[in-house]
Every structure is written in structure tokens, then in C-alpha cells.
Design a protein around this ligand. Structure first.
Ligand code: PLP
Length: 401
């Protein structure tokens, strides 16, 4: 008889926590199944369909035989399209080459590949907070140490080169940078970004620049990215993908642009985990990146809707002057402070629970982003739903204040 096998988490995953954002959506779905009319503003997913020209390109690709393994790093035309797009931003003497691009199963995998390839035990990685919940887990899965750097709430929680320099040590090995920021919607302007990248370059830190929301920005142009402002890209890993801007979350295509030796290491890692990203999805992403006029029109239409919802939401929240909310310049999230009357330290969790139980609105507690007195809602839902949810949030805030 075999000995009884009881599950003990391995040392690899002993610290791993479930994704809080996914947990909120799961709870909202369960309540819906019980018949409750929940407005789910927990998830970070555009509510639009993938544009038709992309869906058609995928259908054609399947019929043309895009059903087999591809190169681990992705099909050459897609990597060339990604490099060409990067070179519209990067004007240095060393143009981005297809060999520096690795296509993965969503930018989540790209980020994981980068963390796992660059960081290890003893390394410290600076993570501006609040920030997307998965950075903490990815850095820790690589057995490196997260060093949270709290941004200034008066500046939309953005960090500065000076605040990063203050917490850096000789063991600092990298920086997780994200703009537009999930969860705040803050956007780093070119000067802020350049100062941070200059510091990282001087100190020899790897910078993982997650630009997944770059095209969802309300300043009339895409948010500045690392390749727009960096003096050198020897320490830069730029992460992007099609999920958010092209409403393609389910297709799972992301990529990294990095120095060739880093790309080689990430490719080796990916060759033993998932191999190539789905072939048909790569062809869909190729259409998204190369049918530029259609893509620009589709993105402009979606961004216009996000903007209208953002403005409507801010107008409603503004009716309660005690409710502190950050006005976002990009992405599709609103970050707001829980009522002061709630116990500090975990006020966001208490507020999110109250909203769900009493007002049927699902939001993510700020503890997921290491700022536990705040909550995040998305506005990637129909405008009438967003407006309804904001009215309920104001009502709940007043009940608890
Ligand atoms: N980076 C940030 C900041 C995100 O918010 C998300 C998704 O929520 C991702 C990366 C992952 O995106 P993808 O669907 O490409 O894996």
C-alpha cells in the first residue's frame, strides 16, 4: 500500500497568495448565481468585443493552417511587427530587432519570464506601491525580495527617482515600473520617467517597464513609454501586449523587448514551460499590430468610451466632497479612499465587504495593492452600470462616515 500523501505546499509556492482581483470576481459570480444583481467592478478587463478585423484575421489563419507549434519566441512576422512598432518610439543607434522580442501567453507570462530570468535569492526588487498585485508574487516566486516603495498620495501615488534612491541598497537588482498604473490610473510624464530610468541605468538596475495600458490614456496620445525617453536600453525590459488596448484579454498574447541575452534566457525558460503562445492568437495579434488604420480607429472608439465613463463616474463621486478619489489619466480604474470612520489599516477591506453585502457592488480592497485603506473599482462596464455603482458607493460612503 502506498503511504498516505498529504499536500504540503512546496518551498516554491509556500508564500503564494491567490490573486485578490480574481477572488473578488469569483465571489461576485457566486452571488450572481444566487440571484443577486451584482455590479462587478472588480475585474481588469475591457467589456468590449475584440474588433471584427482581428477576429476575421484569426479565422483566416486557422483555415490557412495556424494550428501547429510555432517557434517558442513566436512567429517572425509578429516579432518584426513588434520591433517595428518599438522603433517608432526608440530612436537610439541600436534599433530594436526581432531577435530581442519574445512573444508569450499574455504579458503576465512575459513579466514572469523576466522576473524569473533576472532575479533570484538575495536580490531586492523595488516595487512602487500601490501596484498590480501579481508583481509581488512574481518577484517572490523568483525567491527575490520585494521592497515596496510607497508613492505620494498627493501625486497620484507616483514615486520619484529620489524616493527610489532612498530605499535602494547594494542588493537592489531591479525595479518594476508600470505606467499608466494599475490600480491608480496615474501616468508618469516623460520627465518623471526619464529621471527614474536615468537613476536605474546609473545604479545598474534592471527595469521591467510594464506598458500594457500605454494606449489607454486620456491626454490625447499614448502615455510615454520607456523607449520614448530612455538614454540607453541596456537594462530595459519593456513588457506589452494586446489584452487591454485591443480588447483581447482571452487571446493571451504579450511580449518582452529586451537585450538579446535576456531574450535568450527567457526563451529557454518558456521552452520548458508553455512553449509558444497559441498560434492562432499570434496571427490575431499580428493583424492588430499591422492593420494600423483599423486598429487606431477601434482603440480611439474604446478610449472615448472609457473617458466618458471616467468623467461620469468622477462627476458622481465629486458630489461627496469627503470622498477622496484619484483622477486617473489612463487605464480604466478608479482608486478611492475608504471612509475615515472605518478602522484604519484594513479600511479598504471593510468598505469593499460593506459595498458587496449592502449595495451589490464588487470592488477590490486596496490591501491587494499594498495600500489597505483604499479600494479599486474598474469602469470597464456599461456606462449606466458604472454610474449606478458610483451612486451606490457614495450612498455607502455616507452611511459609514
Ligand atoms: N500588467 C498589468 C499592470 C495588469 O493590470 C495586467 C492585467 O490585469 C497584466 C499586466 C496582465 O495582462 P495580460 O492579460 O496581457 O496577461
Amino acid at each position: 500500500m502506498s503511504p498516505e500523501l498529504r499536500f504540503q505546499p512546496s518551498a516554491n509556492i509556500a508564500q503564494l497568495k491567490e490573486s485578490a482581483t480574481i477572488a473578488v470576481s469569483t465571489k461576485a459570480k457566486a452571488l450572481r448565481a444566487e440571484g443577486r444583481q451584482i455590479i462587478d467592478l472588480g475585474a481588469g478587463e475591457p467589456d468590449f468585443d475584440t474588433p471584427e478585423f482581428i477576429r476575421r484575421a484569426a479565422q483566416r489563419a486557422i483555415d490557412a493552417g495556424a494550428t501547429r507549434y510555432t517557434l517558442t519566441e513566436g512567429i517572425l512576422p509578429l516579432r518584426e511587427a513588434i520591433a517595428a512598432e518599438a522603433n517608432r518610439h526608440w530612436t537610439g543607434a541600436d534599433p530594436v530587432k526581432a531577435a530581442e522580442v519574445v512573444v508569450s501567453t499574455g504579458s503576465k507570462q512575459s513579466l514572469f519570464n523576466a522576473c524569473f530570468s533576472l532575479f533570484g535569492p538575495g536580490d531586492e526588487v523595488l516595487v512602487p506601491v500601490p501596484s498590480w498585485t501579481s508583481y509581488f508574487e512574481m518577484v517572490e516566486l523568483a525567491r527575490a525580495t520585494v521592497v515596496p516603495v510607497l508613492g505620494d498620495p498627493a501625486r497620484g501615488f507616483k514615486v520619484t527617482a529620489a524616493s527610489l534612491a532612498q530605499v535602494a541598497t547594494p542588493r537592489t537588482r531591479g525595479l518594476m515600473l508600470n505606467s499608466p498604473v494599475n490600480p491608480t490610473g496615474s501616468v508618469y510624464d516623460a520627465a518623471e520617467l526619464r529621471a527614474i530610468l536615468d537613476l536605474a541605468s546609473q545604479r545598474g538596475w534592471w527595469v521591467l517597464s510594464d506598458e500594457i495600458y500605454q494606449r489607454i490614456a486620456y491626454g490625447g496620445a499614448p502615455a510615454p513609454g520607456a523607449l520614448d525617453v530612455a538614454a540607453s536600453r541596456h537594462n530595459l525590459i519593456v513588457i506589452n501586449g494586446v489584452a487591454k488596448a485591443y480588447a483581447m484579454t482571452g487571446w493571451r498574447i504579450g511580449w518582452t523587448i529586451s537585450p538579446a541575452p535576456v531574450a535568450k534566457a527567457m526563451n529557454a525558460l518558456q521552452s520548458h514551460t508553455t512553449s509558444n503562445a497559441a498560434a492562432v492568437s499570434q496571427h490575431a495579434a499580428l493583424a492588430a499590430l499591422t492593420q494600423v488604420a483599423e486598429a487606431d480607429a477601434a482603440i480611439a472608439a474604446m478610449v472615448a468610451q472609457f473617458r466618458a465613463r471616467r468623467d461620469a463616474a468622477l462627476a458622481i463621486l465629486g458630489e461627496e466632497p469627503r470622498l477622496k478619489v484619484l483622477a486617473p489619466d489612463g487605464a480604466f480604474y478608479l482608486y478611492m479612499r475608504a471612509p475615515l470612520g472605518l478602522a484604519g489599516g484594513e479600511a479598504g477591506t471593510a468598505f469593499a465587504s460593506y459595498l458587496l453585502e449592502n449595495h451589490n457592488v464588487a470592488a477590490v480592497p486596496g490591501s491587494a495593492f499594498l495600500t489597505p485603506d483604499w479600494i479599486r473599482t474598474s469602469y470597464a462596464a456599461e456606462q449606466s452600470q458604472v454610474e449606478d455603482a458610483m451612486r451606490r458607493i457614495v450612498a455607502a460612503f455616507r452611511e459609514l462616515s
